[in-house]
Design a binder for this molecule. Structure first.
Ligand code: HEM
Length: 445
């Protein structure tokens, strides 16, 4: 099965055209030769930008020299009113300290503690689905928002504050484009339209309320042992400081955003891939049936095909298609001068479909994960190095559980092929619509 790749574009793209495409569809804005190139340089009158596909360069930028290539704030500027000084946007000392507090909440056995809320939310999502044509992206966003609320604050999406927070997130996403002119032109003023500022402020008020309630529960000793309690009671081992209330609001904002938009994108594309490759759908449904007959954390290791489907979907449709670093000092890449201030683009989208890194790169083939592990830097849906996604283990478990529960209960069939575009994450231009048929209890597989 060959999933759709964005339509080829001419090699030379003017800045104006690039910007228009970037706003509408940053994936199609990329010329086709980038799926073969080791590196590409984009010149604008204001700055240089380098896309790095050579694995040694990717390693240098993300793993070996992260202090020389800190996160560029150009792309995250639009999200500042919502994210404040959260771990997603900071650099240097502030970022190191934040990760020292956040990382323990996601370490080792803690994914196991989030398994019961993941399973309960997946079963509730399946209960909400009826036969007919389904808007998969909306279903996926609802399900993954439910999981993040349950895991962080032990509240379901049915809870009034959770529902309002979810609605406010959707309102913010509608009014704040992720790509703005300020992301491309250094001196362009960063403006946040009033609706975006208002939506972000409303959202932060709601999150403040959740954080204040939890502070009260922690003080009374009645707080549930979830991710929010863990993060709010962890002290930085080096300074002994815990997050202040405002700092916690910043972090919760990014957990909601990074933790449900990405997972929703992954679930939507995984279901589409399985619908388009019914043989793989049948294999997943079969092992999912065994898991769902007696679901438990230990059973996750038996979901081998499902896990490979998740890996393969992340290769073809990485929810975060590209991320950007900035060269703090002059460097040389493949003999070319990389000036101080140059923007370095690492692209899981191009790496995952790169013609020199994968056999049949455009084909959905979960079996490729049985035979070999690719070089670490060729599969980068969660990034790598010190800024690797702290929620990667959580997200993998969540995707496997959601897919298993949904595939055990329903058969999904394709209608029109979706066209991938980059919004906050990789989504389908006109949504993903699939036909859903419940599997009969007696003949589910
Ligand atoms: C399929 C799901 C997910 C994908 C593909 C994903 C991917 C990523 C990527 C690529 C980054 C690095 C971005 C950059 O460097 O610019 C990142 C960062 C981050 N992710 Fe995830 N993520 C996922 C789920 C989650 C979940 C479930 C959580 C939390 C519950 C989470 C929390 C974060 C945070 C806090 C950061 C910022 C880390 C830092 O900058 O130090 N993510 N994620």
């Amino acid at each position: 099965m060959k999933p759709p790749k964005p339509e080829a574009r001419p090699k030379q793209v003017s800045l104006w055209r690039y910007w228009k495409l970037f706003r509408q569809d940053i994936l199609s804005a990329q010329p086709p030769h980038l799926y073969r190139a080791k590196m590409a340089e984009f010149r604008t009158p204001w700055f240089r930008s380098f896309l790095v596909n050579e694995l040694e360069l990717v390693r240098k930028v993300l793993i070996d020299m992260p202090e020389v290539f800190p996160k560029s704030d150009r792309v995250t500027r639009g999200l500042r009113p919502l994210l404040g000084q959260s771990v997603f946007v900071t650099n240097g000392k502030a970022w190191t300290q934040q990760r020292r507090i956040i990382d323990p909440a996601f370490e080792g056995g803690r994914v196991k503690e989030s398994f019961p809320p993941m399973l309960a939310a997946a079963e509730d999502a399946a209960d909400r689905i009826g036969p007919g044509v389904l808007d998969i992206e909306a279903m996926a966003s609802h399900a993954t928002a439910d999981i993040i609320f349950r895991a962080l604050f032990s509240r379901t999406i049915e809870d009034a504050v959770a529902q309002e927070t979810y609605a406010a997130f959707r309102a913010f996403q509608r009014v704040q484009p992720v790509a703005t002119m300020a992301a491309l032109v250094p001196w362009w003023p960063v403006r946040h339209a009033r609706p975006a500022r208002r939506a972000a402020a409303r959202l932060r008020d709601l999150i403040s309320q959740l954080v204040a309630d939890r502070q009260g529960e922690i003080a009374k000793g009645t707080a549930p042992p979830d991710l929010a309690t863990k993060i709010m009671t962890t002290k930085d081992p080096e300074t002994g400081r815990a997050f202040s209330k405002t700092e916690m609001v910043d972090q919760v904002a990014i957990f909601f955003l990074a933790g449900h938009e990405t997972s929703a994108s992954l679930l939507g594309w995984a279901l589409w891939c399985l619908a388009a490759a019914p043989d793989w759908g049948a294999q997943v449904a079969e092992e999912a049936g065994v898991f769902c007959a007696n679901p438990g954390f230990a059973g996750l290791s038996g979901l081998k095909v499902t896990r490979n489907v998740v890996r393969e979907t992340l290769r073809l449709y990485p929810p975060v298609p590209m991320f950007v670093r900035e060269a703090k000092i002059e460097q040389s890449f493949r003999g070319r001068r990389v000036q101080k201030g140059a923007q370095i683009v690492v692209s899981p989208w191009h790496l995952g479909r790169h013609e020199t890194l994968w056999d049949s790169p455009d084909h959905f083939d979960p079996a490729r994960w049985d035979h070999r592990s690719p070089p670490r830097e060729a599969w980068l849906p969660f990034s790598a190095g010190p800024r690797v996604c702290p929620g990667a283990g959580f997200a993998m478990a969540e995707a496997v559980v959601l897919l298993a529960v949904l595939m055990s209960r329903f058969k999904f069939e394709t209608l029109e092929p979706p066209m991938p575009v980059a919004h906050l994450t990789v989504r389908a231009k006109d949504g993903i619509r699939l036909r859903v048929t419940p599997r009969q209890a007696s003949s589910r597989f």
